[in-house]
Design a protein around this ligand. Structure first.
Ligand code: NI
Ligand code: MN
Length: 227
């Protein structure tokens, strides 16, 4: 399968015949390199309601007919905007035609904020995606938490997508501990350098992971990782 990085926390996961996109923040991302109006997806997974994650999900879902998969309150918000949705919640998993999705905890907030108006959209999440015979973990926006060790114990994670930007999420040092907990075969950093507040050097992260015997792959925007 193929993992594509589209900037910030946005990744696409593609098997032979299905493609999903996670946290499609493209139009508003100054670093994005693809046209958000041409994104194709069979499903759109959204970790939480913040603009840099919900992003273009509603527009992509409307244009492509893709279903939005999200925590219940956020799914209901998207449904109220006309999207076809599948609501889930933390700890729950479901088999879709592209594979299985399980929602994991994430320590963060979740709200849609428009013109200063805050609409809370429940709890944020991370995603475990089981596609073909691979396991991908997208942590969402989160702090380091001890139950990542549990995920590492239960699942053979092939690739972990971890935020390293600090300020709003884990920074580099906490993400290194997360990677040790998760025992993923490969770690891909995300949620950094999009804005000044989350400026980080991913090479530092890579070096610290390698010192712990862990493998890191830094993806340029629009670079692909094959597994
Ligand atoms: Ni957020
Ligand atoms: Mn974010």
């Amino acid at each position: 399968m193929e993992i594509g990085f589209h900037g910030h926390a946005c990744f696409s996961l593609a098997s032979k015949d299905k493609r999903i996109i996670i946290d499609p923040f493209i139009k508003g991302n100054p670093l994005a390199k693809i046209n958000w109006e041409q994104v194709e997806a069979d499903a759109v997974l959204v970790t939480h309601g913040h603009g840099d994650h919900l992003g273009d999900a509603l527009q992509i879902a409307e244009r492509t007919g893709a279903m939005i998969i999200a925590p219940n309150e956020l799914a209901k918000y998207c449904q109220s905007k006309g999207a076809k949705v599948h609501a889930m919640h933390i700890g729950g998993s479901y088999h879709f035609d592209f594979g299985k999705v399980k929602l994991t905890p994430a320590w963060h907030g979740s709200a849609v904020i428009e013109n200063g108006e805050i609409t809370y959209t429940g709890n944020p999440c991370g995603f475990l995606v089981f596609m073909e015979d691979k396991v991908i973990y997208h942590a969402g926006d989160t702090a380091l938490f001890g139950d990542m060790e549990l995920l590492g114990r239960i699942y053979q994670i092939d690739v972990a997508l971890l935020p390293i930007g600090d300020n709003f999420t884990m920074g580099i040092d906490d993400a290194v501990i997360a990677a040790q907990f998760l025992k993923a075969k490969t770690v891909i950093p995300m949620h950094y350098n999009t804005f000044d507040l989350i400026k980080q050097d991913p090479q530092v992260f890579q070096k610290k992971l390698e010192e712990k015997g862990l493998q890191c792959k830094i993806l340029d925007i629009e670079e692909r990782f094959y597994l």
